[in-house]
Design a protein around this ligand. Structure first.
Ligand SMILES: *[C@@H]1O[C@H](CO)[C@@H](O)[C@H](O)[C@H]1NC(C)=O
Ligand SMILES: *[C@@H]1O[C@H](CO)[C@@H](O)[C@H](O)[C@H]1NC(C)=O
Ligand SMILES: *[C@@H]1O[C@H](CO)[C@@H](O)[C@H](O)[C@H]1NC(C)=O
Ligand SMILES: *[C@@H]1O[C@H](CO)[C@@H](O)[C@H](O)[C@H]1NC(C)=O
Ligand SMILES: *[C@@H]1O[C@H](CO)[C@@H](O)[C@H](O)[C@H]1NC(C)=O
Ligand SMILES: *[C@@H]1O[C@H](CO)[C@@H](O)[C@H](O)[C@H]1NC(C)=O
Ligand SMILES: *[C@@H]1O[C@H](CO)[C@@H](O)[C@H](O)[C@H]1NC(C)=O
Ligand SMILES: CC(=O)N[C@H]1CO[C@H](CO)[C@@H](O)[C@@H]1O
Ligand SMILES: [Zn+2]
Length: 712
């Protein structure tokens, strides 16, 4: 019903989009075949089945169409929502065959980060579909084509009141009491024009019985102590929530077999989980507590006691988490977890299918058709250009050729932002950008409107302050970086909250990389583990960074080693990742602010224009006043720097430097890179001059028979 309504609306949007764009360049992933299958020699670790298992997703952020780029490790995450729906279907069937139970749990942040959730067309308030023109309205309906058992809300559902209201009115009802918000309320009038009344967005808690094992499950949904919600939303600190009378009362039940808590809270470093765990334990000393976490985008797990586990399952539909428990009522139940790489090959393996072709289901294909229709209606495949090589957010140091920050400072800021104002022809300019404005790698291959939403979703305009002496202007980027993360600039709430979550994710990557190199050092020298103290790890890491910076095209880690991906170190027993990987290289050398300086540098006393993203206006004015005793700066000195915003940097640069006529060269480079990483060669580009992705389809077909090598 809801979907039909959305479909009608999408249809209407389709007409406007087609009319507005004439005959655009289009890159149609759907028509060209989806992402590539993973390497066939990967070793996979099976799932442990118990009496009750949970399939967990979190922080999908709109990535329902999966990862379609060819650069490693993206093919690991090429599964889309259709594949996931099919996977869940096969697992439910397997569970039924075994007479055990499977629950699907999601822990929020369903949108913000991908075109399918964010690129909805703007409509005027008079339009009948105005209420649905909010982030996530349509993609939530795509999500709801999977049948979840327990869900909860994320902070991204709460920054904008219209979005939260849409979740409350349109999304929560379809879950019939299984969408749980134990500590999040929304204020709305009961009747139009009435006084607003605060009430939980979902149910506070629920109980149900599983169909096969007849287990009584009691469930809650908790958000971390989030302070930046829109007005009209109240989030109660979980530490206070567990002292509420309703919570204590909910624990006075005659019988519970298992507690399931869905929480948009990180496994590590947040007091929320310990509060919830302790409160349940006080009333139920022996009952298993299964906790599903989110928010920091990492894979992480720990066991607060031997009958409790808390699991966080990554982000962006890269990871599907698995938690299982057997001997539920025994004194020592067995708990297990797995992080599944979200691709059709791994899904087929875990579903016990002989062939990836058996994964697909009618519902899965329907899901894909719906997503393709939405994507086309919203013009997401619109092709801006072909990116000739990979540019990474944090795989290389910021000065390396494959660093996205280097691309920004060397090309995009000077060639796109600087010329946006004719002043640049007679006044030298310094252009300042915060690296947090970049949300994802820019990878080789097609750069579409969808990629615009992925890489640079925030819209920040550029301002400038004129007549700043060069000797002052040239120090600004260092001064901004010195202020560091402890002084988050005022600005859109997402910037600050996201910055904190991102740094946890970066530490997660950095740890894998450091541990990997410490391990390499050990095995190569056959030295005992004693040499692996932190300083040693740090030294190896520095060596490696230097090595990578000296010759980026070297991939010391790839010859004969496992494919790139997550190598999670968590606090639960045994290895967690379902695929044996080599960690993705990581460099911590990523300044928070970068600058494009005038070339050649002007004289010290020359006057320059300082151009910067609008939300750092306040700190920038403060820094200028600190540095320049000769002038009093105020925000009134700042003016708009032309028609350019962070959202449009890549499309404009693509039009200027990445035109599709470079496709042949780009394709050849992609092919070389893919072969370096262990893929079979692609077909020659000229065979596919009009349809390079045909080659992907061919490569995919060649991989179709699965050869699994179970890990030992
Ligand atoms: C919330 O979202 C709506 C719909 O997209 C938009 O019109 C509005 O400006 C947003 N509000 C804020 C405060 O960003
Ligand atoms: C949430 O709503 C309930 C029910 O209306 C109310 O009793 C409670 O005080 C509210 N909590 C907060 C934190 O506003
Ligand atoms: C299911 O469990 C409940 C309570 O644990 C029990 O009362 C009931 O008899 C059980 N039903 C079946 C069919 O075993
Ligand atoms: C369940 O418990 C029994 C006896 O307590 C034990 O033999 C068995 O190995 C356990 N099963 C699992 C999967 O832990
Ligand atoms: C980086 O790119 C520049 C310009 O293309 C080139 O001259 C230089 O050799 C490259 N450096 C490395 C380390 O590849
Ligand atoms: C960098 O690596 C490439 C490919 O392995 C090699 O051909 C080249 O000689 C290396 N350059 C340096 C400076 O080591
Ligand atoms: C500003 O830039 C955007 C994006 O490139 C473009 O669509 C729009 O027409 C421009 N507006 C003006 C007034 O030039
Ligand atoms: C399981 C899986 O998807 N493996 C792929 C991950 O990405 C690497 C590239 O580093 C591929 O080679 C693997 O096949
Ligand atoms: Zn998130």
């Amino acid at each position: 019903m809801g979907l039909a309504r959305a479909a009608a609306w999408v249809g209407a949007a389709c007409l406007c989009a087609a009319a507005a764009h004439g005959a655009p360049d289009v890159w149609d992933d759907a028509a060209h075949g989806r992402g590539r299958l993973p390497r066939i020699d990967d070793q996979l670790r099976p799932l442990h089945w118990g009496q009750l298992q949970i399939l967990h997703t979190t922080d999908i952020h709109g990535w329902f169409q999966g990862h379609t780029k060819l650069s490693p490790p993206e093919p690991n995450y090429s599964g889309d929502w259709g594949d996931f729906v099919a996977f869940a279907h096969h697992l439910r069937r397997r569970a039924a065959e075994r007479g055990v139970d499977l629950l699907l749990v999601d822990t929020g942040d369903l949108h913000d980060g991908n075109g399918l959730s964010d690129a909805f067309p703007q409509v005027p308030p008079t339009s009948p579909t105005y209420a649905y023109a909010v982030n996530g309205h349509v993609s939530d309906q795509v999500f709801a084509l999977a049948d979840y058992d327990v869900l909860t809300i994320g902070n991204h559902e709460l920054y904008n009141f219209s979005v939260a209201k849409d979740v409350y009115e349109d999304f929560v009802p379809r879950w019939h009491g299984r969408y749980l918000t134990s500590n999040v309320n929304i204020s709305l009038p009961d009747t139009p024009g009435g006084a607003p009344r605060s009430r939980p967005i979902g149910a506070r808690w629920t109980r149900f019985t599983t169909p096969h094992q007849n287990l009584t499950v009691q469930a809650y949904g908790v958000l971390f102590d989030f302070r930046l919600a829109a007005q009209g939303i109240t989030v109660q600190d979980p530490v206070a929530m567990v002292r509420e009378p309703w919570f204590t009362e909910s624990l006075r039940q005659p019988h519970v077999d298992v507690f399931v808590v869905a929480g948009h809270m990180p496994v590590t470093g947040d007091p929320g989980w310990d509060a919830v765990h302790a409160a349940i334990r006080a009333a139920w000393p022996d009952t298993p507590i299964l906790m599903l976490a989110g928010h920091t985008h990492v894979r992480d797990c720990r066991m607060p006691d031997r009958r409790a586990m808390v699991l966080e399952s990554g982000r962006y539909l890269e990871t599907v988490g698995w938690m299982s428990i057997s001997n539920v009522s025994a004194p020592a139940p067995t708990l297990a977890r797995r992080y599944i790489d979200a691709n059709p090959r791994n899904f087929a393996f875990h579903a016990g299918l002989a062939h990836v072709g058996e994964l697909s289901t009618a519902r899965g294909r329907y899901v894909r058709a719906v997503m393709d229709a939405v994507a086309r209606a919203w013009d997401l495949p619109h092709l801006y250009g072909l990116v000739p090589q990979d540019y990474f957010l944090d795989r290389f140091p910021a000065h390396a050729n494959h660093s996205l920050l280097a691309l920004l400072t060397r090309r995009i800021l000077p060639e796109i932002v600087r010329p946006a104002n004719p002043r640049h022809t007679h006044v030298p300019t310094v252009v300042l950008l915060n690296s947090g404005s970049q949300r994802f790698d820019v990878l080789a291959g097609p750069f579409t409107k969808n990629d615009q939403y992925i890489t640079s979703p925030f819209r920040d305009d550029f301002l400038y302050i004129a007549d700043v002496p060069w000797r002052i202007a040239r120090t600004l980027v260092h001064a901004l970086n010195r202020r560091g993360a402890t002084h988050n600039p005022p600005g859109p709430a997402q910037h600050a909250a996201q910055g904190a979550a991102d740094s946890v994710f970066q530490r997660y990557l950095g740890r894998q990389w450091a541990a990997y190199w410490a391990g390499e050092a050990r095995s190569e020298s056959a030295a005992p583990a004693a040499t692996t103290g932190r300083p040693e790890q740090a030294r190896r890491l520095d060596e490696l960074r230097a090595q990578l910076a000296a010759n980026e095209s070297d991939s010391p880690l790839l010859d004969g080693r496992a494919s790139l991906g997550y190598v999670t170190i968590d606090a639960c027993p045994g290895p967690g990742d379902d695929t044996v990987h080599t960690p993705v290289p990581f460099s911590a050398d990523q300044p928070e602010y970068v600058a494009a300086h005038p070339e050649p540098p002007p004289d010290d006393e020359a006057r320059v224009d300082v151009v910067f993203v609008d939300f750092i206006l306040e700190p920038l004015v403060a820094l200028l006043n600190d540095a320049d005793a000769g002038r009093r700066y105020t925000s009134a000195d700042a003016h708009r720097w032309g028609n350019v915003s962070t959202q449009w940097l890549y499309p404009r640069f693509a039009a200027h430097a990445w035109r599709p006529q470079d496709a042949a060269r780009a394709w050849a480079e992609l092919d070389t890179a893919a072969r370096l990483h262990g893929y079979p060669p692609l077909a020659k580009y000229d065979t596919y001059a009009h349809d390079p992705y045909d080659a992907v389809r061919a490569a995919r077909a060649a991989h179709a028979p699965l050869v699994f090598q179970p890990a030992t």
